[in-house]
Write a protein that binds this ligand. Sequence first.
Ligand code: PSV
Ligand code: MN
Length: 396
Amino acid sequence: MTTQQSENIRKALDSFRIELPSWGFANTGTRFGKFLQPAAATNIEEKFRDAAEVHRWTGVCPTVAIHVLWDLPAGIASAGEVHRLAAKYGLRPGSINPNLFEDQIYKFGSLGNPDAVVRQQALNHIFESIEIMNVLGSRDLSLWLADGSNYPGTQNIRHRKKWIEEQLATAHARLAEGQRMLVEYKPFEPAFYHTDIADWGMALLLAQATGPKAKVLVDTGHHYQSQNIEQIVDWLLDGGMLGGFHFNDRRYADDDLTLGSIDPYQVFRIFHEIRFFEWETGQPADIAYMVDQSHNLKGKIEAMIQTVTTALELYAKAAIVDHERLTMCQANCSLVDAEMCLKDAYSTDVRPIIIEWAKSKGLPENPMEAFRESGYLERITSERSEKNASSASSYA
Ligand code: PSV
Ligand code: MN
């Protein structure tokens, strides 16, 4: 490793931040049931406390994504309390995620529902979420719609698109200076015939029709098999429309697996395209990196530490791609050499530099070991196991 490469890694790590999802610390599962963990967080305070623990050992997770219904069941009334709790644990509330999919009224959709009353109710929930953002000082409104249909011919797809477009624009008008709206897409689930915002193209068109504060959110789990995600990233970057990521990994669909557990090279390629763009344009890309994972088998805090460590490592590898050389190889169509620029960086062991960087920040060289030695897990297990055992063990 050259001195320049080590320097590149240190600089890259200095600027890297990744947001943790509050829902990643609570008991969650699949539609086939939940496996309860005795140490799972049972309320918003415990979620912040657990997230703070991940931040304590990794140093790069100062914000927590909030899901409104799950974290603020009383809505705006609990915003002040959430703000106080975040500060208590040395964190900041991050993106605000309205919940437009769990209420019974959303059976046939939210913003795309044929019933104007339901559409208005969904919009009101978004308005309240924006007020919550204002109280919490959040920058991003992160929107995911479960809207769609299960059978051909049962919904007017064009009308639904129009309704969604109109309401996103109305919501956009309420955003303050500096706030953003991130539009997430997903090809299927819970709707299986058509999803209203099924892919990045639809999300992009909606964001463009909505207003300048609207950008696209790429959830890495929301793609068909073998889709080239880094190409999507490049197209969005080029148009100034990439707002953020929900990171996870997947084997089949939206599996919520730990980042890089299945295909770390994919994550590296995404980071590489972003850094290559930044190098070429001389501008930092304004992207919110967020985790969207719910671990129901792995220990939740350990899985988050593993995720963050993996992200740091892959980001560091992307920071040592030789851009000058790559540019030359691409221009000459030197295929093997161009590809080797990526492979060389990817196969470099960056861990010694990450350890050095961590030590220079007063962080432990092995976050997982430090967490395990801290006794935190044992403490919360004894504090919470009774509460967790008495909660429902499956979806009724
Ligand atoms: C939907 O699958 C999703 O990716 C959305 O981002 C939700 O907000 C999140 O998962 C949690 O259900
Ligand atoms: Mn997501």
